[in-house]
Design a protein around this ligand. Structure first.
Ligand code: FAD
Length: 531
């Protein structure tokens, strides 16, 4: 990460590759470029992970449901890629058992065949394989379920991550490999030399002048904004459709589930209900989005009702939208396939190179980001054969995963050595891996009385994770609207005070930051009626 003074030197640096977009796709490519010995620059218009990559369902999964579309190769790849993410960042890939529910024998049998096929394609180890549950066993697994409507279940293995933190970890890994990463630095145009794309023009953190940065290769990994970057090059060759996915956050006391559940809506769409400490989040919808706000797509009332109806039907509840503590909407950039609904369009990623050499990647999933990065780098090297001679880096450090101890072992050793609430420690280990102790060392004070987050996390976010604004800390480092919605109101002042100290904000800047973040938090609980 560069500070503002050294940013000016960017204009004098010749990069091998500039990556536009600091979501999981761009961050993964950034790290991979560093591993292959390339000098890489990652530029993000807003905050890292502020696009789709902080708004997913947070599952590292093969996408079992795509089997019904016949997308075997996609499912096989996703199911296998899970193991790579688990190996690289065990703290950010928590093994979970997903409970898939069936209303009758016929559906149960169909799902069972699907799960077996999924495990076969994913080469799932014997001790990680599914379990069939009904009757008393199902009651023990999920007592609150309406078993008259859903008498049969299958428990199968998936992994849960924290999408934004996975992005940040990749950005940090890429920087450790010698790359430069800048947030709040939108690319405003492309440089050209002899008819080839030869760099980018960026505006760094609102500065007056843009900076021209030269690079042998430019990668467009701008997610939903891919078409905007393509437009800087030449008319788009492929068209994208954006599919909106909404999640709602409920109190665990209102939806008392033990298990991560895969529910099926009346229209056949899958809806996940994921418990995390005191909350459960439920999502997602999948509808075409044509609105103009790609950063904060609005959550609509009927989308909230749709999700609550699925939960109410499975758990015999009467949850109302007033009980929703928070919500978010994200956009899937999908490659348009004529005549297909958003639910039918493939999630497969595509990489293509424009006549002027701009490499673009679109589509794909969080789960497959490592493979996607390798495929993009193959294209980058094909465009620039001299890169084949670069010496791959010997450093393969990944934040939070330097020690061989698995997260459970880390937690046990911290419980022995630290006099800190067990739930706080468990959360720290899951989010920061073996850096949890370093986070603790920066401040154990609770952000607010009764909170399960500490000031050390705020300190860490600013010092180690490139946070620039209060929104960055709240939404993408600590993620209070998701994990601890009630803290957002109480803890905000305290977080802003510490950030003001660290970043040198005056009082009017601090109040401005507070106001901005409060508005966003209020919007998360306010659902629009229009479409
Ligand atoms: P983004 O995260 O959107 O990143 C693109 C970035 O480019 C943005 O940060 C943007 O600010 C930046 N940018 C744009 N223009 C410029 C510019 N001019 N200059 C610089 N930067 C720019 N996948 C899974 O594997 N598991 C799941 O459980 C899952 N759930 C999902 C649920 C939902 C609701 C959605 C929408 C998707 C889900 N996905 C899931 C898919 C996954 O989240 C996406 O594939 C992935 O996050 C896309 O990442 P990205 O980096 O391509 O895009």
């Amino acid at each position: 990460m560069q500070d503002s003074s050294s940013v000016e030197t960017l204009a004098e640096t010749q990069f091998d590759v500039v990556i536009i977009g600091g979501g999981i796709t761009g961050a993964g490519i950034f790290r991979q470029a560093g591993l292959q010995g390339l000098k890489a620059l990652l530029v993000e218009a807003k905050d890292f992970a502020s696009g789709t990559s902080s708004r997913s369902t947070k599952l590292i999964h093969g996408g079992i449901r795509y089997l019904q579309n016949g997308e075997w190769a996609l499912v096989r790849e996703g199911a296998r890629e899970r193991q790579r993410v688990l190996k690289l960042a065990p703290h950010l890939a928590e093994p979970i058992d997903l409970l898939l529910l069936a209303p009758n024998w016929y559906t149960f049998l169909k799902y069972w065949i699907g799960v077996r096929l999924y495990e076969f394609l994913g080469q799932v180890r014997r001790d990680d394989r599914h379990r069939l549950v009904w009757g008393k066993a199902l009651e023990a697994v999920e007592p609150s379920l309406d078993r008259n409507r859903y008498p049969y279940g299958i428990l199968y293995r998936e992994y849960l991550t924290d999408d934004a933190r996975l992005v940040l970890a990749n950005v940090r890994a890429g920087c450790a490999l010698g790359g430069v990463a800048l947030n709040y630095s939108p690319v405003e145009g492309l440089l050209e030399d002899a008819g080839r794309v030869a760099g980018v023009r960026i505006r760094h953190r609102g500065s007056e002048n843009s900076i021209a940065v030269k690079a042998a290769c430019v990668v467009n990994a701008a997610g939903p904004w891919v078409p905007d970057v393509l437009a800087m090059d030449e008319p788009a060759l492929k068209s994208l459709v954006l599919s909106k996915g909404v999640h709602v956050v409920l109190a665990r006391s209102d939806l008392m589930i033990n298990q991560c559940c895969l529910l099926v809506a009346d229209d056949g769409r899958p809806v996940f209900a994921i418990p995390a400490d005191e909350i459960v989040y439920v999502g997602t919808t999948d509808t075409i989005y044509e609105g103009s706000d790609l950063t904060w797509p609005p959550v609509l009332n009927h989308e909230v009702q749709y999700l609550l109806a699925v939960v109410n039907a499975h758990f015999k509840l009467d949850l109302q939208s007033a009980q929703v503590l928070s919500s978010w909407a994200g956009l899937r950039p999908l490659i348009a396939q004529s005549g297909k609904k958003t639910t039918e369009i493939s999630r497969k990623d595509e990489v293509w190179v424009s006549p002027k050499g701009l490499v673009t990647i679109a589509g794909g999933k969080l789960t497959g980001y490592l493979k996607m990065a390798e495929v993009v780098l193959e294209q980058v090297v094909q465009q620039n054969p001299v890169f084949r001679d670069r010496i791959p880096s010997a450093l393969n450090w990944f934040p939070g995963a330097s020690q061989p101890l698995p997260p459970e072992g880390l937690l046990t050793s911290l419980l022995d050595s630290e006099n800190v609430d067990a739930q706080i420690l468990a959360r720290l280990v899951r989010r920061y891996g073996d850096e949890a102790q370093a986070v603790l060392a920066r401040g154990r004070e609770l952000i607010a009385p009764g909170a399960k987050m500490i000031l050390g996390q705020v300190h860490w976010a600013v010092a180690q994770e490139y946070a620039q604004t209060l929104e960055d800390v709240v939404y993408r480092r600590l993620r209070t609207p998701l994990y601890e919605p009630s803290l957002s109101g109480r803890g905000l002042e305290r977080i802003s005070e510490l950030m003001a100290e660290m970043l040198g904000w005056d009082e009017s800047e601090r109040l401005h930051q507070l106001d901005q973040t409060r508005r966003l938090l209020a919007a998360d609980q306010h659902f629009l009626d229009n479409t």
